[in-house]
Design a protein around this ligand. Sequence first.
Ligand SMILES: [Zn+2]
Length: 503
Amino acid sequence: MLLTPQPALASGPEALESVDWLSRPEVTEPETLLEHAMGVDVAPEDRPEPFWVGTNLHDAESLTTSSLAAMGLEPRALDFDPTPGILYMSMEGHTLRPWCGGGGQTANAALDCSPLVDEEVTFPAYGNDQTKATAFQKLANYYNDFNLVMTTGRPPNWVPYTMAVIGGSSSLAGQGGGVCGIANVACDGAKRNHVSLTFPQSCGNSVAEIAAQETAHNWGLEHTDITSDIMYPYVTGGNNSFRNECMDISHATGNGITQCPQVHEFYCPGGGGEEQNSYAELMGIFGPRAADTTAPTITNLVPSNGSTWTTADTFVISATFAEDSNFLAVKWDWLEGLPDSLPDGYDRCTNNVCSDSYPAWRSNQEPYDFITFDRPPAGNYTMKVEAMDAYGNYVTETISFTVIQSDEPSTTGMPGETDTDAGTTGDDTDTGETDATGTTGGEGTSAGPGETLDPTVAGTDTDSTTGSEMDEGCGCVTSNAPPLSAGMLLLLAAIALPRRRRN
Ligand SMILES: [Zn+2]
């Protein structure tokens, strides 16, 4: 049973206002996904609450036709660079809640919150070790070509990941009998910490197929009318895949409105947004599989470990990284020297789970500023910074520095200079403002729930009836699946998977 305590998100960056020598570093990027994608600022009170359209749930950051219309906006071309992703498959039992704990979010896998449920619901564990391994392997096969890291070990909460919860029946989520799974939607995979649900007790023969469709909904794919495409709205149990061709959007379910036409049009030019190439869209979201074994490195850290500052100094605590992909998760923690008025600590991280956040889709080549110290009191201070890429490669550093009583600012060091020796200090903060134009561009995470239901009525074959034993080892996948050990990152690339031809 995975029941993680929900982090308290009560203190935001405004908590810093209680201390006159602390402030939030200047923020230059759009802070929300909506702002970033649409180039507009929509006040929180003007954003729609999550709302259903037919069987799909949308919210302000879904970037769908319906959610944008609710704010008086038109769909606009999205241009996120292909970015690696993480898919965490939860099959050991999972509790979800419809609230995220006060951070203003409506969905976040790391916080176990999603509007897919309207009350706290515990989904039971799925099957046995073999059925889990089979489902994992089969889902991995569907996504083999894309740069998506799959895992049954839960990533740290500051790393954005999409979560597929497998367990229980549709009735647990208040859905009817023919529903095999439900999911949120965000066009172009713009939101990267969504949740989907797959109900093996309702449709046990096709768990991987259903989970493939639900997770793909998370990344903006809609239903198509081709039966051999994963996005066909009904379970076929056949030999299907994410097909690499332009297919008509299916309106067999939903309200007849295509929700991400601005994305579909890009991959199926001339389709008027009413055709979808499922394979090409996923490739555009994640890029081709490319195993990453290189950890991010810290290229600049301010202050440097062991440095000494004075009570007349002003500086920003900041780290800059080098990472060979455009996915980077970062967390700062204040370990020593916390003011009494911040009794719960203070941290800043990606994925909206800390006191302060970094916006989704910022360039990871920009400095990750933590806090501005403005003439701090004398004392000893310790901060820790961590970073991780999509493949779990990790780097961390802890810095301790001293502030001494003096009316004279410390001698200013060169930008990025490491002055470990007392007296001097680099009082300049975010140096190295390199622009992100490297090999990999923006970065990816994002936030914005919306959801989609997915009534997958079993066709002829599958047992859409409830209660039936979920898995069976349908013979589709042999048992050369890797053992599922908790906490283990199963990097697809490291597993020799048969490469499937889509078509
Ligand atoms: Zn669906």
